[in-house]
Design a protein around this ligand. Structure first.
Ligand SMILES: [Zn+2]
Ligand SMILES: [Zn+2]
Length: 257
């Protein structure tokens, strides 16, 4: 069902170990039927201020290093490797990536809901404010779609996943109307930005919770609106492929084939 994984993290791993990590991921991915694997870093170009304690500011030399490691990595027969990045959408509406970066990466992923990154993405604590969190995500979703570099964005990471408040996902999403989901989905479709089905989003969910997930409502609407979808494991280590069945379930229930 998922042939490409666009969202595998190799963050911060130095030199030789990074190439080995890529190889370990690729072997595990192959076991899950994946034949193209996209490695990403949490990327913040140093030309932009405000990275706070969440990011290490980087530049093109970082991308060149990753590219070299990927070219040297021994991937399983027939598997193709890609190099992308997961950048950011910060509290001022800045996406910290340059035109040059855009040319160097194979694709660009932008998240809109890293609400756990307080000080960089938001100043608010939504722990006791599910409705506020819903309003925040509606706004940030559209903020990414209307951004001046939106035409260069390939994928919206984990749409509407309130990162860090996984146990409140459904409560938060219940504050978002079908109509709003529809407007968001249309904007993504019109901008040609694919919506990610991200298996880490449902890492701790039981079967019963998956069955009742509010995300099925969102993805169904997005499918009706003709959006494009991609898979991302968001794995930070190869073992996290074990969450893949949850994403398959959500996709299937939403009619995404
Ligand atoms: Zn993310
Ligand atoms: Zn990620």
């Amino acid at each position: 069902m998922f042939e490409t994984d666009y969202h595998v993290h190799v963050d911060g791993t130095p030199g030789e170990a990074r190439r080995q990590k890529m190889e370990a991921y690729a072997q595990e991915a192959e076991r899950w039927g994946i034949s193209r694997i996209g490695f990403v870093e949490h990327y913040w170009n140093r030309e932009f201020a405000g990275y706070g304690r969440w990011y290490t500011p980087e530049g093109p030399e970082r991308i060149a290093g990753l590219r070299e490691d990927l070219s040297e990595a021994r991937l399983p027969e027939g598997m193709r490797g890609l190099l992308g990045c997961e950048t950011e959408y910060n509290k001022e509406g800045v996406i910290p990536i340059t035109q040059e970066d855009v040319r160097e990466f194979d694709y660009i992923i932008v998240p809109h809901s890293h609400i756990n990154m307080r000080g960089v993405v938001t100043e608010q604590d939504f722990t006791y404010d599910p409705e506020g969190c819903a309003r925040y995500m509606e706004k940030s979703f559209m903020g990414v779609m209307r951004h001046k570099i939106a035409e260069h964005i390939t994928i919206l990471a984990h749409p509407f996943a309130p990162v860090g408040l996984d146990d409140q996902q459904d409560r938060i999403l219940s504050y978002i109307a079908d109509k709003t989901f529809r407007e968001c989905a249309r904007a993504a479709r019109d901008m040609g930005i694919a919506l990610e089905v991200n298996s880490l989003t449902w890492q701790d969910k039981t079967e019963e919770e998956l069955r009742q997930s509010q995300f099925i409502r969102f993805y169904r609407i997005a499918r009706e609106e003709g959006c494009s979808f991609v898979f991302g494991s968001d794995a930070h280590r190869p073992q996290q492929y074990r969450y893949l069945p949850g994403a398959r379930y959500i996709a299937r229930e939403a009619g995404i084939l």
